[in-house]
Every structure is written in structure tokens, then in C-alpha cells.
Design a protein around this ligand. Sequence first.
Ligand code: SAH
Length: 451
Amino acid sequence: MLTKNDIVETEISDLSHDGAGIAKVNGFVFFVENALPTEKIHMRVLKVKKRIGFGKVEAFIKMSDQRQKKLNLTYLRTGIADLGHLKYPAQLAFKRQQVQNSLSKIAGITDVDVPLTLGMEVPFAYRNKAQVPVRRIKGQLETGFFRKNSHDLVPIEDFWIQDKEIDRLILYVRDLFRRFDLKPYDEKEQTGLIRHILVRRGHYTGQLMLVLVTSRPKIFRIEQMIEKIVEAFPAVKSIIQNINDQNTNTILGEEFRTLYGNDRIEDIMLGNRYAISAQSFYQVNTAMAEKLYEKAIEFADVSEDAVVIDAYSGIGTIGLSFAKQVKAVYGVEIVKEAVQDARENAVLNGISNAVYTANSAEKAMAQWSNENIQPDLVVVDPPRKGLTESFIKASADMQPQKIVYISCNPATMARDIKLYQELGYKLKKVQPVDLFPQTHHIECVSLLVKE
Ligand code: SAH
């Protein structure tokens, strides 16, 4: 029986879905950070549960030839890049394998080819959004990232997978806060003002949005700081304060105040312009999201008279990419600011055949069904937890010829596809697209066709 701090020699047999090495020791499955398949290690036991355990690499006996040796381990330990220690081509193969495994194990599908993950040529500095905690370390205000499963801040200046201009703005704001002697938030004491800095940058427009998350409304000498920020970064088009006075893990509070400029910034995707609010979801990897949408459009292959439902529509990026090629688009999204963005984005791009509803996707389906709207295509793009049974049933009841499922979690996608198959839809195509290089996160698009 292994106990904490035992050291055993073992070989890593696999990678878990979240990028941990898997070692099987005495009938236990151990998860080991920074360990890759085929590697032989001395493993230190950190924790043992009923059937599983956690370990760490005490020493490498043999390393994998797929190991990216140059990785700064801070990125691994903070989870910024929990797959960064694997060479990029192997990351792409891992993601394809994960999709294949989910489809076969969860949905029992083995007859659909999963092509290699579409990857980036330069798989770094791609994120258009950053949210970094602000804390005090050794008496000094710092920005960085929390160590995995903790709230211990690790100071970081180069975030590696983030747009470099975003890094530069974060550091500038950090230095300004130091100079103006602002107090970072302290979770334990529940004191201090500045909790988080969020930055979003339009990939094509370069426009910057800065969100300061504070524990209280009053920011001392904010006008002077804003003046300096805008002078140093003319691309800053929006500075927003978010007030979060709750002692929880949620980053954003309810209240947003625009301190400078607009309450939105703009970006471009597939030739359309998009206004984006702080509250709205926007894919963090613009160039690869365009590839993803292109695949979705190719899979859908709809005619000019098609009626399309865009469920989980965010600011409308998918539906509006379709709109000019089809008869009508009906979008639904639960965040009302995002719905307002979507409506404005339709206007911004001269699109008059797309309507957006602020509602839950389930309720909107019921409503459209009552109004006798008959979609030819339903596009879904749900969060990680996937679709609900009631949504799947409601959408199948409307009998669209095709369903295009965009997913950021192959396990829930496979579960949902299983139900769609029972309701008369068949999986025809699937394509993983790498929106999140150096991390374990997997995005993919699937085509289901009515039998
Ligand atoms: N299609 C968009 C957004 C995808 S992210 C894009 O590509 O950018 C998923 C979206 O689903 C988020 O905007 C989230 O706010 C929304 N959402 C979450 N639960 C929902 C629900 N039950 N009904 C409708 N929308 C929901």
C-alpha cells in the first residue's frame, strides 16, 4: 500500500484528458504533472484516494522524445500551458485521439474518420484575452497567475500564449498601480482594492479594452491613471471598472462602469465587424476560430433559401458569418449584453435577415417551434457542459436536415451525439481545430445529418 511521500519507479502509460501523465501502480491510477507517455520516472506520492492517486516527478529516468524541453515550468505549474511540455505535432495528435476516444467510448461510434487536428503555424501569443489576478507578494503589487489548484500568485511578465501587446499593457498598468500606491486585494484579510486586470484586444483591429476589477467603487486618482494609460496606449478604446465585493472565486461582479471611451471594442472575423462587450463571450483565438467557423460553414453546405438556427450565439459571430448566404438566421443567447452586441453587429454588417433572442436555448427552441419556424440547419455551440436533453429533443423535433455541433468538450459532445443518433441523426463528419495550443483544451466541429 502506497502512502504519501513514498517514492516508486514507474512508467507513464498515457495522458489524461487534462494533460496529466498516467501511471498504473499496484492497481492504482496515478496522475502525474509534467510526465509524458513512455517516460520512466521516480514518482513521489502526493495523495492516495480509493482507487486513484496523485504523484509528482521526483526524477526522470528516461524522457520522451516528444518532450518539449525548453518549456518554462511556470507555465505548466500555473496551468497556463498544461500541455506545453509536449511537442506541438504530438499535441495535435493527442487532441485528435481524445476526440476519437470520446466518440468510441461514449457514443459507440467507430466508423467516422477523425482527421488530424487543424493546428497553428505559430502556436504561441495567440490569446486575445487575458485575466490576471493582482496580489501582494513580498510587499509588492504583482500580476501573474495562480499556481494550479491554489490562490498563490506566481508573478509572470511574459504570458507566452497571450498577445504580446496585452502583456505589455498589463505590465504598464501594474507599474502604474505600484507608482500610485494602489492596494492589491487580499483574500484572507478581505482588504485591498485591485482584484484582477482583464484585457481584450481585437486581433485584426488592435483595439484594446481594459477592465479593472475592484472590491470597492472608489479608485483613488483614477483620472490621472487613465490619462497615462491612454497616452501610452492609444489603441485603448475602452476602460471599464467592474466591482466585485464578494469573497468568491468568480472573477467578475455584477456592476460594470465605463470609465473611459466606449463600452465595447471592435474586431473582425471572416470579413464582418463585431462589437464586443466586456460581458460577452468572444473566442480567444481569432485566427483559429475563423478556421473553425469556415469548417462549420463547409459542413453545413446550405442553400440560399435555408433557415438557420444559431444556438448559444454569443455576439452572433457564427450566424452572421452564415447570414449573407441563407434566407434567415435565428440566434439565441442567454447573456443579454451579448444579444445586444449581436443585434448591433447585424446592423454593423448590413445584415437584416438575422434576429437574436435573449433567452435560454431550450426556451427559445420551444418558442420557435410554436411559431412554426422550420430550420434546415441548427448550429449549436454550447459551453463545456454541453446540451441538455430537453434541447436535444426539441431540436430533433424540429427536424432540421442538418445539425452542426461546435464543442469545446469532446466528452459532452459525444454524449449529446449519442442521443441525437437515437433520435434519427447520424454523425457524418468531425474536425478538431486547435484553438488552444499548449493547453489540453480541445475544440471540434461535427456534422449530423437526418437519416
Ligand atoms: N457561438 C458563440 C459563443 C459560444 S460560447 C461564438 O462562437 O463566439 C457559448 C455561449 O453560450 C456563451 O455566450 C454563453 O453565454 C451561452 N450560453 C450558456 N448557456 C446558455 C443557455 N442555456 N442558453 C443560451 N445560451 C447559453
